[in-house]
Design a protein around this ligand. Sequence first.
Ligand code: NAD
Length: 303
Amino acid sequence: MSTTRTTIAFIGLGHMGGPMAANLVKAGFDVAAFDLMPAALEQARAAGAGIAASAREAVKGAQVVISMLPASRHVEGLYLGEQGILPAVEDGALVIDCSTIAPASARKVAEAAALRGVAMIDAPVSGGTAGAAAGTLTFIVGGETDALERARPVLSAMGKNIFHMGAAGAGQVAKLCNNMALGVIMAATGEAIALGVANGLDASTLSKMMAVSTSRSWATEVCNPWPGVLEKAPASRAYEGGFGNDLMLKDMGLAAEAAMSVGASIPLGELARNLYAMNSQAGRGGLDFSSVVKLLLRAGTEH
Ligand code: NAD
């Protein structure tokens, strides 16, 4: 009996998509990869993926299509634009968008896919570039249960947790809630450490205490914003790599839009969004978002 291997079209091979596609190759899927950047394509080729000349070519013959793009406009353009791939996706294929985008955009693309007879889920991720490389991402899913069950073997090759949040767009809403809380917690943690240092405390000892006390969080334990406290945190390599300030700013903006759409109040989220906007204006948009702490330093404690 012969077994047919599943072919997956993977579009968007950046910080996250590149290692995710590599994990699919490792798990035995045939991957047809496409990105606008030649360097990203070369890395995918080195990881064992097949390279497509265009997104339309990548989806030819693919049973599953995955996209991992920066923002809503890229995802809407990819599927629904003039050269959009939705008409080229195979009948009966499954589409998984892992980008973090506006819930309304996710619903719009999923509705267009349904009209075309193609199942689609939104499956944004948490876990960062380290989780993408290690295959330990959390997938936060919106869409039909049947579609998620079809996606499960593919998602399991790239992550270890899958949460079904509800119908199309619900994965994006949940992801925005998570990132809004993270953005607030990072700014609050940076502010607290900066206050301690301004009062003569050692940042490492203060952080170690906080990491086992009631202000414990991912910001104290994994991505501490103060340089030298955690060797592997972006702060200890001049805030390079990690999760870009401008991606956090985008997510906080999406959270604000989601709040306005239902009349919800998010006072801390809005305050923190402005801090990330100020950090971007200060020239740190491309650095890790924990560099927001630099806005909060007292003169003489700059790093
Ligand atoms: P990135 O900018 O590194 O990668 C995006 C890639 O998409 C780029 O290589 C770009 O060339 C490509 N691209 C853009 N438009 C395209 C198109 N039309 N066709 C083909 N390729 C196209 O971004 P990233 O850090 O990989 O993030 C991707 C998404 O994941 C974002 O929505 C981000 O918010 C989310 N996310 C990122 C992280 C993180 O730690 N970086 C964590 C969780 C979620």
